[in-house]
Design a protein around this ligand. Structure first.
Ligand SMILES: [Zn+2]
Ligand SMILES: [Zn+2]
Length: 677
């Protein structure tokens, strides 16, 4: 929370809850709000109880001043008494939020010391009050700022300034931990929007801090829905929203989340601005709230509103209205769990190796399976699936297909069988029918990674790239850190001429596996797509260092050097490529680079070499044509022989590839089609 002033507003209603009836949705879902402590800390607890909330956040002090008098025994006792015999006696339901003044990342030693002192006092107060977590903004590095319009790069390595800031935060936390040995309260680092030089806008910032501190078990996290949307994380569709939570899980671990801040955002997504709005009244959209409310790992995490106080037009308090809106979004949680069960079964079929035990599953999984739509194999079916898989391993696709078909005859909703069938058909070179099989598997088990990824692959093979992108994105929502999916997505975006999007997933691929040559190549392709030729060259060079350079890779590097006007290097690389064996493309690129250097005779020799290797190599025919045309134009006597040779080369090129409007234009412009005599 950042922009609101809670202390000044509405005093707590301290009616204790009337009837101890059955728990409300807000109680069981750990929903609540940041409430005012004006008049006494215990009044916030009383108010939360009277509103039947299940979560609560407080300031234990005035958050706008450095110094605060210590808690008195009476204050501590009153707070503990208010919690006793209530839902808030349960650990974890109440959290605190630290002072806005604290900047644990400050490069100024005096300021940082003051921040450490202030944060330490806050944690001492929490420990006294029995509060288990205290939310802290990571801090601002105060180095060179980015322009407000520069979007957050959520996957890039932290910059030098950022990394130093993250190190200072970890160091500060270490110092606090040292002073507070044996404390149970944890600091909960909050995600931020990335305004100014604030750290914590990328999940990995939080992970880095936790990795750096000496006692990471004392560091937790706080996810603020408004902040992650303003920071630029996906939120608008169910797929994007769950991909965002999966990304947090993969990078930081949802198990370490101590509190959720449930705020809508008044500012647009990715704006890096922090303006909270009432739920459903901002730019976050329902899917991100649904994803949080339904996530099994966030069930027992307090979810607190930090939105404006006061009454809604209905006359009901906004906090109550917002909490109810969120509670309504929790419906449908069991369906998500079912999907996860099916995923593990089908995942095993493709990635699990050759043993029947992939299909083993827990008793609860069996219980969750409805009888009508049985997507999961019985023991007898498992045996047939294993046999089919063995046939696949021996490339006996006919037998495999027969077994899959038999299975589906008996049980037409056995998703795994469709998946296997799709694989077999793909291996047999029938992508059209493979697509149908994968589409069925996806329909039956949409939460299965192999279904979605396999479907994406086959769609891409069929040239249905837009649909492939959607499938890969769904696969990525299930496994955000899968290298093959990230690579495939980057490739598809390149095919769609969306280099900016390709770049995101190429960068992510490199991040996932910096030693993957394929990832570096994809990065190079995306970089050249966005016009970063220098970056492309260096990514290609890295790819070559990482693995056996293929001819294709060297050729791409020649191209990248050329685009950077580094012709000398282009020539050298092309020559190295030709030394590996005859290659018309390499010879043509050699000619092209020499041509650009003004070495026309050598260029012509290279083009001619290409045409020896492949007489129909039309780019080389064009090269010869241009050089001859050049010779004709520049010669004083206008050598007709050169003109004739140019004409012949161009005409031949058009015979091989008729779709070259530039060549046709050249023929017309220089009247090469006409017989001069
Ligand atoms: Zn905050
Ligand atoms: Zn917040």
């Amino acid at each position: 929370m950042d922009s609101e002033d809670f202390v000044a507003k509405s005093p707590a209603h301290s009616k204790s809850s009337s009837a101890a009836t059955k728990p409300t949705d807000t109680e069981t879902l750990w929903l609540g709000a940041h409430l005012s402590v004006a008049g006494g800390l215990e009044l916030a607890v009383e108010e939360a109880k009277s509103l039947r909330f299940g979560g609560l956040q407080v300031f234990t002090r005035n958050q706008r001043v450095w110094k605060t008098p210590p808690l008195t025994a009476a204050e501590i006792e009153a707070f503990r008494a208010a919690r006793e015999d209530s839902i808030f006696a349960e650990p974890g339901r109440i959290v605190s939020h630290n002072s806005y003044l604290v900047n644990l990342a400050s490069p100024d030693d005096t300021a940082r010391a003051k921040s450490i002192e202030c944060e330490r006092t806050e944690l001492e107060r929490c420990e006294q009050l029995g509060i288990d977590a205290s939310v802290a903004h990571p801090g601002a590095h105060l180095g060179s700022p980015r322009k407000p319009k520069d979007a957050n790069n959520l996957v890039a390595e932290p910059s030098g300034d950022e990394l130093e800031g993250l190190r200072r935060i970890a160091k500060s936390i270490d110092e606090i931990h040292k002073q507070l040995r044996g404390y149970r309260v944890r600091i909960a680092l909050e995600t931020t929007t990335g305004s100014g030089t604030n750290l914590g806008y990328a999940f990995r910032h939080l992970a880095i801090i936790r990795d750096l501190v000496k006692a990471p078990e004392r560091v937790a996290f706080c996810i603020d829905t408004c902040h992650i949307v303003s920071s630029g994380y996906g939120h608008a569709t169910a797929v994007d929203a769950s991909a965002t939570l999966d990304a947090f899980d993969a990078v930081c671990g949802l198990a370490h989340v101590a509190v959720m801040h449930m705020n809508d955002s008044e500012a647009p997504p990715a704006s890096r601005r922090d303006l909270h709005a009432h739920i459903g009244h901002g730019s976050c959209g329902k899917p991100i709230f649904e994803a949080v409310m339904r996530h099994s790992k966030l069930t027992c995490v307090p979810k607190v509103l930090e939105t404006e106080k006061g009454d809604a037009p209905s006359g009901v308090q906004w906090d109550v209205v917002n909490a109810k809106a969120l509670a309504a979004m929790a419906k449908g949680r069991s369906a998500a769990r079912l999907g996860a069960v099916v995923l593990c079964v089908c995942g095993a079929l493709m990635f699990g190796g050759c043993s029947a035990q992939w299909f083993k599953r827990t008793a609860t999984a069996k219980a969750a399976q409805p009888a009508v739509l049985r997507t999961e194999p019985t023991v007898a079916e498992e045996e047939i699936l294993v046999a089919a898989d063995k046939a696949m391993a021996h490339e006996d696709y006919e037998t495999a297909l027969r077994l899959f078909r038999d299975l589906l005859n008996d049980n037409p909703t056995l998703s795994c069988a469709y998946l296997g069938m799709g694989q077999a058909l793909l291996a047999e070179g029938d992508p059209q029918r493979a697509e149908t099989a994968f589409a069925r598997a996806v329909k039956l088990t949409p939460s299965s990674f192999p279904s979605q990824y396999g479907h994406g692959e086959v769609l891409a093979a069929l040239g249905r790239v837009g649909e492939a992108v959607d499938a890969f994105r769904r696969a990525l929502a299930i496994r955000p850190l899968d290298l093959a999916t990230n690579l495939a997505l980057a490739k598809s975006y390149l095919e769609l001429d969306q280099a900016n999007n390709a770049l995101i997933f190429a960068r992510k691929s490199v991040e996932i596996d910096p030693t993957s040559a394929a990832a570096q190549i994809r990065l190079a392709e995306a970089l050249s797509g966005v016009g970063d030729g220098a970056g492309a060259v260096s990514a290609y060079e890295t790819a070559i260092e990482l693995g056996d350079p293929s001819k294709e890779l060297l050729l791409a590097l020649v191209q990248a050097y050329g685009a950077q006007k580094r012709f000398e290097e282009a020539v050298n690389t092309a020559q190295a490529l030709l030394a590996m064996g005859p290659d018309a493309n390499a010879a043509e690129r050699l000619g092209w680079a020499r041509f650009r250097m003004g070495r026309f005779d050598e260029a012509l020799a290279a083009y001619e070499q290409a045409l020896v290797i492949d007489p129909d190599h039309w780019p080389s025919l064009n090269g010869v044509g241009v050089l001859k045309l050049n010779a004709w134009i520049n010669s004083e006597k206008r050598l007709d022989a050169a003109r004739d040779e140019a004409r012949k080369a161009f005409q031949r090129s058009l015979q091989v590839n008729g779709d070259q409007p530039k060549v046709t234009a050249l023929l017309i412009r220089y009247r090469l089609g006409d017989d001069p005599r």
